[in-house]
Design a protein around this ligand. Structure first.
Ligand SMILES: [Zn+2]
Length: 322
């Protein structure tokens, strides 16, 4: 099947109590690792591209890599989505350039301005058969070149969501309930430590999610910044010359719970980066004589596939739902 929008995907996910994984893609090995796992697990998938990915790999290369995955995986529905579109022009370039879904992120702007920009993108996107994700509230952490300190982050205000969705016509809404971008989602001061000395982050604000869902029945909600920062990969990085002290993510059982509620899309990026980097660091450490990129990208791709498989089965609940 050709690239699809997320409309049907989200309808089924909402009714079925699971979420679709939205994984960021930057190169061929990442696209392959993700889609091979989804194909084997019969899972729908959203491949998303950020502004940084477009700057790194070039729009055309990314679109063609995703189109190659569509040809290789005809059994599963695949969405090509713009992650954190910063303005109308970027969204338009992606809508005109083969994407089936875009996010306009005007969440840092005042409420009325966010509505105005989002509405403009929605009108253009819907005219071209493309769906739009918008955002209300501000996540902490680092996304591409945007850094938001914890104190500057703000939870979504549920009392704003109905007006926002009805005035903009957006198709899904990213909300801030305590997730955060990057591999250092919380400072050690914000966390407690378990018996093994591992940081335990503050719990997600399920009360905010529930209030939003009550006000927007049946409407798909999106969670950004939802990597779990698997400690086995943090350890692998640190044991092979890396330095990532106190990297911490969102516990998987909390994401699992969110997926059973109104959350239909969960964004995962840092976990794939960490998987790739840990694997390559270990390879370099163990094989200092090797210099063929295929030799270290192959195990990196294989481990990305296994990380994604675990997410589909145990976190998102979307395995077998294609
Ligand atoms: Zn994000």
């Amino acid at each position: 099947m050709p690239l699809v929008t997320s409309t049907e995907m989200f309808k089924k996910a909402y009714a079925g109590g699971y979420a679709v994984g939205a994984f960021n893609v930057n190169n061929m090995e990442i696209v392959q690792g993700i889609t091979e796992a989804c194909k084997e697990e019969k899972a729908p998938v959203i491949l998303q591209v950020s502004k940084g990915a477009r700057a790194y790999a070039n729009h055309t290369y990314l679109v063609k890599l995703v189109e190659a995955a569509v040809i290789e995986c005809p059994e599963i529905p695949i969405v090509l989505h713009l992650d954190h579109g910063p303005d109308f022009e970027t969204c338009k370039a992606c809508i005109d350039g083969g994407f089936t879904s875009v996010m306009i992120d005007a969440s840092s702007k005042p409420f009325e301005e966010n509505i105005e920009i989002t509405k403009k993108v929605v009108e253009y996107a819907h005219d071209h058969g493309v769906v739009v994700e918008a955002e209300l509230g501000t996540l902490a952490g680092i996304e591409d070149d945007v850094k938001v300190a914890a104190h500057a982050a703000s939870y979504t205000r549920p009392e704003e969501v109905e007006e926002f969705v009805s005035k903009t016509g957006c198709d899904s809404l990213a909300i801030a309930i305590g997730t955060s971008h990057g591999a250092y989602k919380f400072t050690p001061e914000q966390c407690t430590r378990n018996e093994k000395g591992i940081l335990v982050p503050p719990p997600l604000r399920f009360d905010v999610l529930e209030e939003v869902s009550k006000r927007l029945p049946g409407f798909p909600i999106v969670l950004h910044g939802s990597s779990s920062v698997p400690q086995e990969y943090v350890k692998m990085v640190n044991e092979h010359g890396g330095k990532m002290p106190d990297a911490v993510g969102i516990p998987e059982e909390q994401l699992r719970k969110a997926a059973t509620l109104s959350v239909c899309k969960i964004n995962i990026d840092s976990d794939l980066r960490l998987t790739m980097t840990g694997t390559i660091r270990q390879f370099f450490d163990e094989h200092p004589d090797k210099f063929d990129p295929r030799e270290y990208l192959k195990p990196a791709r294989a481990n990305i596939k296994e990380t994604v498989r675990h997410k589909l089965r145990d976190v998102l609940g979307c395995a077998g739902k294609a």
